[in-house]
Design a binder for this molecule. Structure first.
Ligand code: ADP
Ligand code: MG
Length: 340
């Protein structure tokens, strides 16, 4: 990856007592698919609005492609935003919707046409140019909104939970498609979501937000395999937290459900006894919840094969793991589930 598309330094936005964004430092590379992930109210939208220029920061500095833009108006920044609530003009055709921005900017008809065609092709809607929005599916309408932003050929595209209104199946399809479109057009995408699966699916890197600050910035693999804090371990996927007494080493430790085994431990593995309190069949996998005699409750995940038989609620079992699969979360004793 070449240069830096976005650079935020010491960025803060305070609304009275509320520190919506609190002394944030972040760099996004050109051409990157970058996601901001975090619970509702953690400051993701505010950061996008600051980058777009819809809000001015309380403190700090924003650079786009190496040039400071802090203080500039939204229309002076080479950035476009796609919202979840993407109001299309109902009385205009798909093509006219996509061309609208260029028409306002007085781009000549010929060029307008060409750019709209290109934008529609990039979201695979070339065949739908003459339809009206109400003749499209939800996913297609979302793609028109995307084309409407792409037609401006911005350096950076900001997307604020753009798939939030779609049902799960369509959402998953659109996730893969968005990633593909981004790869093709090569524009830097900054994608906001509260859905950890969505962030992991699409992103080159993810920033995990909490209370206006960033807990960790990492690739999806690193975020999942090496969470930097109990909060990240709890927010990204399911994590089991084991304490010193179980692990035999000081600090708090996390381990993923698929790294735990049920039954007779293999040689060299660590283990703990407990009682099965719940068996959750999920189709592709089964989650078995075990209350360990030593205290914590853990989730064990197994992929289902045709012959698998489910463990019984109330049965005694042994949970085991390899010490190598434990991730150190430092000495913080907090449990992420209690912090929400
Ligand atoms: P997210 O997008 O992660 O859900 P937001 O950036 O929308 O979070 O909000 C972060 C915090 O800032 C929240 O506590 C929210 O209530 C507060 N906030 C956002 N916009 C305003 C505003 N215009 N006035 C007052 N508080 C705001
Ligand atoms: Mg938001």
């Amino acid at each position: 990856m070449s240069g830096t598309a976005i650079s935020l330094s010491g960025l803060s936005k305070h609304y009275g007592e509320v520190k919506a964004v609190d002394d944030l430092d972040l760099q996004v590379a050109e051409g990157e698919f970058f996601s901001m992930l975090g619970p509702s109210g953690s400051g993701k939208t505010t950061v996008l609005r600051l980058i777009a220029g819809f809000e001015q920061p309380t403190a700090g500095r924003i650079e786009l492609a190496g040039t400071e833009v802090t203080g500039l108006a939204a229309h002076q920044r080479d950035v476009n935003t796609v919202f979840q609530d993407y109001a299309l003009f109902p009385h205009l055709s798909v093509r006219q919707n996509v061309e609208y921005g260029l028409r306002v900017k007085k781009v000549p008809t010929r060029e307008r046409r060409e750019r709209a065609e290109q934008a529609l092709a990039s979201v695979r809607l070339d065949a739908y140019a003459d339809r009206r929005p109400h003749q499209l599916s939800g996913g297609q309408r979302q793609r028109v909104a995307l084309a409407r932003a792409l037609v401006n050929r911005p350096q950076v595209l900001l997307l604020d939970e753009p798939l939030g209104a779609l049902d799960l199946k369509l959402r998953r399809e659109m996730q893969l498609e968005l990633k593909e479109i981004q790869r093709e057009v090569g524009i830097t995408f900054v994608f906001v979501t509260h859905d950890q699966e969505e962030a992991l699916t699409m992103s080159d890197r993810v920033a995990v937000f909490r209370d206006g600050r960033i807990e960790q910035v990492a690739s999806p693999v690193e975020l999942y395999e090496q969470p930097a804090s109990p909060f990240v371990a709890g927010f990204v996927g399911t994590s089991n937290l084991l304490d010193e007494a179980l692990v035999g080493r000081p600090g708090t430790w996390a381990i993923r459900p698929e790294r735990l085994l049920l039954g007779e431990p293999s040689p060299g593995a660590q283990s703990a006894d407990g009682e099965i309190t719940e068996v959750v069949y999920l189709g592709a996998a089964t989650h078995t919840i075990v209350q360990l005699d030593a205290g914590p409750t853990v989730t064990v995940s197994r992929p289902n094969s045709g012959t698998a038989h489910l463990a019984e609620r109330g049965a005694r079992t042994t949970v085991s793991w390899r010490a190598d699969d434990l991730v150190s979360l430092g000495s913080a004793p907090t449990r992420p589930t209690e912090e929400e």
